[in-house]
Design a protein around this ligand. Sequence first.
Ligand SMILES: NC(=O)c1ccc[n+]([C@@H]2O[C@H](COP(=O)([O-])OP(=O)(O)OC[C@H]3O[C@@H](n4cnc5c(N)ncnc54)[C@H](OP(=O)(O)O)[C@@H]3O)[C@@H](O)[C@H]2O)c1
Length: 206
Amino acid sequence: MAAWSGSAWSTWTYCTCTVFARTITTMPRPNFFPALEELRTEGKIRFVGITEAFGPDPQHRMLVRALEDDYWQVIMVGFNLLNQSARERVLTKSREKNIGVLDMFAVRRALSNPDALKTLMGDLAAQGLIDRNAFDPDDPLGFLAQNGVGASITDAAYRFCRYEQGIHVVLSGTGNVAHLEENAAALTRPPCRNRSRSGSATCFKT
Ligand SMILES: NC(=O)c1ccc[n+]([C@@H]2O[C@H](COP(=O)([O-])OP(=O)(O)OC[C@H]3O[C@@H](n4cnc5c(N)ncnc54)[C@H](OP(=O)(O)O)[C@@H]3O)[C@@H](O)[C@H]2O)c1
């Protein structure tokens, strides 16, 4: 499921060719672009996109490099409450170049599984990447589901991404119908109250 945002990309219903570049070392070189351009001219594909491997490349090194070229009309990037580094490293440039952006990992494991979140926050604190005193170790992001901020942590997490400038589509992956309905509702709600405060409270950049 994807939530559209902004008018420029809201009519994007054509086929996109996506290149998967795992790391900077597999960043595609321009040699196959003439073939893709030909397919575009023939109307067989409308946009050419590139997607990162967010797990091994949470700093977006591949996309930063890719954005130096002018081949890409669409990119897929990992961005969420816990890793907002794409804002400066990727979205500034993609906005400048009017590139369509799909957001993945809006929720994934840590933001949908309380135990995984506790473990992750503990690990990050142990590495000195976040302040151990800045969150409740038993319920690190519980405040997002309290006092009317969000309906739940996942609700707040999807809405946080939905209103990020430069993100046009927020992907939501689920195999659960109830979750699908919750997420569809979340993605049509307004920004969470205190969006910037909620975000900065857990902000860390890898
Ligand atoms: N490099 C790549 O190109 C790449 C890599 C990863 C993903 N993707 C794309 O991104 C899309 C979205 O994947 P994602 O992993 O980024 O999705 P996501 O929405 O961030 O996370 C999906 C995970 O969150 C859980 N979840 C979703 N809604 C929930 C809810 N309301 N309550 C509790 N748990 C919930 C799902 O479990 P349940 O099934 O139990 O709901 C699933 O484990 C994929 O379909 C794929 O197209 C691309």
